[in-house]
Write a protein that binds this ligand. Structure first.
Ligand SMILES: [Zn+2]
Length: 300
């Protein structure tokens, strides 16, 4: 009798075995990741890896900031706060601009900070972007988990009192009052590998569920990923499927949920501190940022 190979999904299915299995999953996944290197001395992290836009190596140094300073990106000595008032573009990724400098692709980093309870940090980069990794947030998790920057979830809670609703064409994003933070997403792509998909994630589901979001990779069409010379390295749609095996069928939807959590951090606080159920219907960065603007008014 042949032994069935143990897959990542098997680990997730039986994730109740706890931390050790999570560790194995990480080792397995990180082996397949890009050449990302880390220097970590508990209070500071330096991470070095591939950029998407510059097509060059990017070095990001993260250190503790002042209390209540929030998340501050630093490029060429200019400080740019992770806040909706600094968003200059949210078409395909989320871009922050200060008086001179611009930092692209902040959403996966901000999602990792929200999920792991990281705040009040300075994030220095030497390029107009952050380390891209495999298009997920797993490399940020790997860096943070070895540092002392991670903290338990904040006990501060805001209650959303009224529903918020934003619509543009056939895309929508809604936030309704809830007893805890939750995100759901509905995807509808005219492609045999995707189609109509729905997934939800809620705070308190544990570390395995958290990793399901952190490891979920971005995906693009071949034309999009060819533009960056990355169609082989990244998750790319082919005629009937993807160029690489998905970790699980809902991975693309979990990535959309990761994007929402990252973009909503721009409201000024960790969105996980707001008791609300956010529901995205085919929405992307631009609607996420509009929702962050509305939330910024609520938590002010
Ligand atoms: Zn993304």
């Amino acid at each position: 009798m042949k032994t069935k190979p143990i897959t990542l999904n098997w680990f997730f299915k039986w994730g109740i075995f706890g931390g050790k299995i999570v560790e194995w999953i990480l080792l397995y996944v990180l082996k397949a990741m890009n050449n990302t290197t880390y220097k970590i001395n508990h209070e500071a992290i330096q991470i070095h890896g591939n950029g998407l836009f510059s097509k060059e190596e990017v070095t990001v140094s993260i250190s503790k900031g002042l209390k209540d300073s929030g998340i501050i990106f630093v490029l060429n000595n200019e400080k740019i706060e992770a806040n909706v008032c600094n968003v200059s573009n949210a078409n395909r990724n989320t871009v922050l601009t200060g008086s001179k400098e611009t930092v692209c692709l902040v959403e996966h980093f901000l999602a990792a900070c929200s999920l792991l309870g990281i705040d009040d940090i300075e994030v220095k980069t030497n390029k107009n972007e952050l380390v891209f990794g495999d298009g997920s947030a797993l490399h940020w998790y790997e860096a943070f988990r070895k540092s002392d920057l991670m903290s338990p979830p904040s006990q501060n809670k805001y209650n959303l009192k009224e529903p918020l609703f934003i619509k543009s064409g056939n895309k929508e994003i809604t936030a309704i009052p809830s007893t805890e933070f939750k995100v759901s997403y509905y995807m509808d792509w005219d492609h045999p590998a995707l189609g109509k998909l729905w997934a939800s994630w809620e705070q308190g589901e544990g570390e395995v569920a958290q990793l399901r979001l952190l490891r979920a990779r971005t995906f693009g069409t071949k034309e999009e990923n060819d533009f960056f010379g990355m169609s082989e390295k990244l998750l790319t749609l082919t005629e009937n499927g993807f160029n690489k095996e998905l970790y699980e069928p809902l991975e693309p939807v979990y990535h959309k949920i990761l994007d929402i959590i990252g973009d909503l951090r721009l409201c000024g606080i960790n969105p996980l501190e707001i008791n609300m159920h956010v529901m995205g219907f085919k929405s992307g960065h631009s609607l996420n940022v509009e929702m962050a603007k509305e939330l910024a008014k609520v938590v002010k």
